[in-house]
Design a protein around this ligand. Structure first.
Ligand code: MRU
Length: 353
């Protein structure tokens, strides 16, 4: 990733105790870093996908919790703890599917309890929690790089790689998950082509992935979702790499709606599907994919294309934001600890419990 792209594609910024999100709803037309001043604003930004992508909403939630208590210095430590738990529950209610959000909020709440148990003052608990949020952010950069290093050998000269949604730098702290091997392969001078599914209804592939990869100088072609089969039939796709919002203990993978369709097509054409994610996205407490709560979003996202109505008023609409790809369609999970392969129930437990 070249430096100019690094500057552009930063989704969450914590600077001088202030929180900014790059408003991804405005991309690729406008680059606006919006300051987040209240916990309600952070909740709303996550809900509306101003900040999005599983690792990024974990990081955003962690800083959002700090924003919610940073001025609470007059509270007793006990009162602060109550406030932290209440605000963590509230932030966690913004989006249900990506486990990284609850993971980050649980981690901060546990840290607050540990600092409280040590008898620290309110101010010191706030400082300690802020350090923990920064650590979550910094750790994610390292995780993404390791995912990139572990996925890099999969990318061979001349390959065509299909991706769906945006599991890029915009969805994380840096480098992305699905895109991390791509950025590293590009840095090494390996030439390959990326095909980005546009990803209806909210066009994360068109607005975000194709923009982000184009900024980085990676050879990327944008295609409508319904063209994936035809690209595969043409022999243009050698591998699929996507991200995920939650991996169940049996290796079933929740990701952006349409991912399961891509995986079914890939299995027909004998194309391997890899799913890239950090350990914070692996949820061993959820046994199977069917147990993952799938966010259902508003009908306007389906009946409108941007500002233009494209479905009749009053039409019944379904808008699940994610689907679950069965583990047998996943060739491997590219994680910071290496590529995990089937049997997932055994290997995930071995590596991550
Ligand atoms: O609704 P979104 O845009 O938050 O969905 C994002 C995805 O589905 C990503 O693929 C997933 O969160 C992984 S991001 C590294």
């Amino acid at each position: 990733m070249n430096n100019s792209n690094k500057d552009l594609a930063v989704s969450v910024i914590w600077k001088d105790e202030r929180l900014f999100f790059l408003d991804q709803t405005l991309l690729p037309n406008e680059l606006v870093q919006e300051e987040q001043l209240t916990v309600e604003q952070v909740w709303d930004s996550i809900k509306r996908l101003k900040v999005r992508g599983a690792p990024a909403i974990g990081i955003a939630g962690a800083y959002g919790l700090i924003v919610s208590i940073r001025d609470d210095v007059s509270l007793t430590p006990q009162e602060l703890l109550v406030e932290i738990k209440k605000n963590a529950d509230y932030l966690n209610s913004s989006r249900p599917t990506a486990v990284n959000l609850s993971w980050a909020l649980k981690r901060l709440t546990a840290k607050a309890e540990a600092l409280f148990d040590k008898g620290l003052s309110t101010r010191k608990i706030i400082i300690g929690l802020t350090e923990e949020a920064v650590l979550i952010h910094e750790e994610d950069k390292i995780l993404c790089r390791r995912i990139g290093e572990n996925g890099l050998p999969l990318i061979k000269e001349g390959m065509g790689i299909l991706t769906h949604c945006n599991a890029g730098a915009l969805a994380t702290s840096e480098l992305g998950t699905a895109t991390a091997p791509m950025y590293l392969a590009h840095d090494k001078g390996i030439s390959f082509k990326v095909y980005a599914d546009e990803t209806r209804p909210l066009l994360q592939g068109a607005r975000l992935t194709s923009w982000e990869l184009q900024q980085a100088g990676i050879d990327v072609t944008l295609n409508c979702d319904d063209m994936a089969a035809s690209l595969m039939a043409e022999g243009l796709i050698d591998m699929v790499i996507v991200g995920t919002d939650r991996v169940a203990a049996n290796g079933d993978v929740a990701n952006k709606i349409g991912t399961m369709g891509v995986a079914i097509l890939a299995s027909y054409f004998n194309i391997p599907v890899y799913v890239a994610c950090p350990s914070s996205t692996i949820d061993l407490d959820t046994a199977i994919g069917a147990d993952i709560e799938i966010e259902e979003r508003g009908e306007d996202e389906v009946t409108f294309f941007g500002m233009r109505r494209t479905g009749p008023e009053g039409i019944a609409v379904r808008n699940p934001a994610f689907d679950v790809t069965p583990n047998e369609m996943v060739a491997g999970l590219i994680t910071e600890k290496g590529i995990i392969r089937a049997p997932y129930d055994v290997n995930l437990k071995k590596m991550f419990s």
